[in-house]
Design a protein around this ligand. Structure first.
Ligand code: NDP
Ligand code: GDR
Length: 371
């Protein structure tokens, strides 16, 4: 039975990847952080009682900033495959906490690779690095491929650039089977609430049920190539099953703006929007509503505004990936469209919003705010 170790198992991708690998028959080990509240909501449904003999899902406390902890876990598990998904993954937050972001995202990767070397696992353990389209930043070529030059635009992207190159370097220097997946944005109902797609689907759902009045966003012109996390974790595994390690761009090859994603989400929730104004004065007004779906929304209401607090010191305006290499060499094609993904996210958030509205109607306090 193959053993996999996933850092960031409690995150969006980690949870889908753990499910995927368990279905493939792997023994899956994940690193979770100690927190004052439970942080395992995304993997609770695959939890297995550690007391039973054939349990195949194990969680270990750990942190990418702690070398001795990583070495101990690697020694205990001796994994066939390591998926390094753990990261301070929020671009805007990386401007607020640049040093911590570098420690986790850049040095954390080095610590894991060093653990492989220190334990003599170079020939046994294959290593997947969660690289990112943010490496392209100020894009030099459209669409972006494996050979497009990098120009990172945030402390997050700069840290991930170190991680990208240290994985390449350990492959070249020590023969470690290390791959970079250069993944473009991918989302799902499990996406963190402060990333823009989830902030939108959750905000629109809350507005449709009367829990919030207005959604505040930053740059609505930003263009992204959005795919579904389920499609992308499949590719993470496929990358480690090749004879020789290589780096791959994973994307859909289509892009839409943040504004278009707002419209799409609103439509899913029964709300037709019209955008007017420019820059910080841009707003979205309700022009039609299906009151069976969105009982709390009135025609004429302004439900989306721009808040410059969400602008970034340096922005990545446009990203569009070319997944041709992944299609040709691995036969990978994304199966879920952005429209299907948006519908799934809105449906999931509307269900939660209805439950919260019910609780609120019965006098319970519900927290809906999200930054
Ligand atoms: P999430 O933010 O959902 O998950 C990040 C995970 O990393 C969480 O499990 C988090 O733990 C964990 N983590 C954070 N800090 C540390 C630390 N110091 N030590 C150990 N673990 C830590 O990210 P995604 O699942 O969306 O992304 C997975 C990876 O892929 C990340 O590296 C991200 O940068 C990268 N990526 C993501 C893309 C996307 O569009 N989703 C695109 C390209 C790359 P906790 O739950 O406790 O917070
Ligand atoms: P990104 O994702 O920065 O691409 O990083 P995010 O969803 O945060 O932003 C996408 C674009 O939307 C614009 N935007 C807003 N973003 C947020 N978060 N909140 C807002 O209110 C808002 N308004 C507009 C942003 O400016 C940006 O242009 C994600 C993360 O998952 C990274 O870890 C990963 O590496 C990249 O995707 C690929």
């Amino acid at each position: 039975m193959k053993k996999a170790l996933i850092t960031g198992v409690t995150g969006q991708d980690g949870s889908y990847l753990a499910e995927f690998l368990l279905e493939k028959g792997y023994e899956v080990h994940g690193i979770k952080r100690r927190a004052s509240l439970f942080n395992t909501a995304r993997v609770d449904h695959i939890y297995q009682d550690p007391h039973i003999e054939d349990s195949r899902f194990h969680l270990h406390y750990g942190d990418l900033t702690d070398s001795s902890n990583l070495i101990r876990i690697m020694k205990e598990v001796e994994p066939d495959e390591v998926y390094n998904l753990g990261a301070q993954s929020h671009v805007a937050v990386s401007f607020e906490a640049p040093e911590y972001t570098a420690d986790v995202d850049a040095l954390g990767t080095l610590r894991l690779l060093e653990a492989i070397r220190f334990l003599g696992l170079e020939k046994k353990t294959r290593f997947y690095q969660a690289s990112t389209s943010e490496l392209y930043g100020e894009v030099r070529e459209i669409p972006q491929t494996e050979t497009t030059p990098f120009h990172p635009r945030s402390p997050y992207a700069v840290a991930k650039m170190y991680a990208y190159w240290i994985a390449v370097n350990y492959r070249e220097s020590y023969g470690i089977y290390a791959c970079n997946g250069i993944l473009f944005n991918h989302e799902s109902p499990r996406r963190g609430e402060t990333f823009v797609t989830r902030k939108i689907t959750r905000g629109i759902a809350n507005i449709s049920q009367g829990l919030e009045e207005c959604l505040y966003l930053g740059n609505m012109d930003a263009l992204r190539d959005w795919g579904h996390a389920k499609d992308y974790v499949r590719m993470q595994w496929m990358m480690l099953q090749q004879e020789t390690p290589e780096d791959f761009v994973i994307a859909t090859g289509k892009q839409i703006s943040v504004r278009a994603f707002v419209s799409m989400s609103a439509k899913e929730a029964g709300i037709e929007l019209e955008f007017s104004g420019e820059g910080v004065d841009e707003v979205a007004t309700v022009v039609a509503v299906d009151s069976a779906l969105a009982p709390a929304v009135q025609v004429g209401a302004v439900i989306v505004k721009v808040d410059p607090r969400y602008f970034r010191p340096a922005e990545v305006e446009t990203l569009l990936g070319d997944p041709a290499k992944a299609k040709e060499k691995l036969g990978w094609v994304p199966e879920i469209t952005v429209e299907e993904m948006c519908a799934e996210m809105v449906a999931s958030d509307v269900q939660v919003a209805k439950q919260h509205a019910l609780l609120q109607a019965h006098g319970h306090q519900v927290s809906v705010a999200v930054e």
